[in-house]
Design a protein around this ligand. Sequence first.
Ligand SMILES: C[S@@+](CC[C@H](N)C(=O)[O-])C[C@H]1O[C@@H](n2cnc3c(N)ncnc32)[C@H](O)[C@@H]1O
Length: 224
Amino acid sequence: MNLNIGCGPNGQIENFVNIDNSKAVLLAHCLLLKKILYKLRIINKQKYEAHWKGVRWMDASRCLPFRTESVSKIYTSHFLEHVPLEKGKLVLAECYRVLKNGGVIRLVLPDLLWHAKRYVTAVEKILNGDVEKYSSYAHDRFLNSIYGAYLKTVRYGLEHCYMYDVPTILCLLRKTGFTHIRVVAFREGEDSELGQYDNRPEDSLHVECWKNAYPIDTGKTSAK
Ligand SMILES: C[S@@+](CC[C@H](N)C(=O)[O-])C[C@H]1O[C@@H](n2cnc3c(N)ncnc32)[C@H](O)[C@@H]1O
């Protein structure tokens, strides 16, 4: 069994258990209600047309309902930052528990460093007079990207509750028990499959890690 955690709309992976806790997953089973909500303009066209077929509704910040060492691969992209740090640690511990020995998880996360650099560049442009008038746009965009859940009172899980950078996530993964950890590039990595599902090149960091051992066929033995 393979998992795709926080798959989002239209993000399902074939032959994976695709998980998301959006109410839209439940609404996808009630087509008439969905149509009424759209006609009443309670949901917009994008939400109306979003494709959630095959997605299993599940709050992944709680214990995962899978047996210990029953999962071969986990893919999760732009999900972990949607839960607070303490719950994020629980998610990683649960991923570790359900993975088989030699199983792999690929995490794709928005990178705090990328967002910080973008903020600094934008503010320096303003202060250098390169842009015509003062605006709080760069400031608001930065805060919203790292602190969105606290700035807006929207459904839990919609906005970012935390933001990782490479040192932080590597430290957490090690504390969780992962030993074979690699920072990899967009659509690259040692697992021949998972990288192909990446779809957010710009602001993301990508990490692959294995539980206890590399799969035998990679021939790798060293840990970073
Ligand atoms: C930014 S989207 C990412 C979608 C997709 N993986 C991608 O990379 O484009 C984050 C998704 O995580 C889901 N999510 C947030 N908190 C969750 C939770 N506790 N359990 C399961 N899914 C969650 C949201 O509903 C949303 O669909």
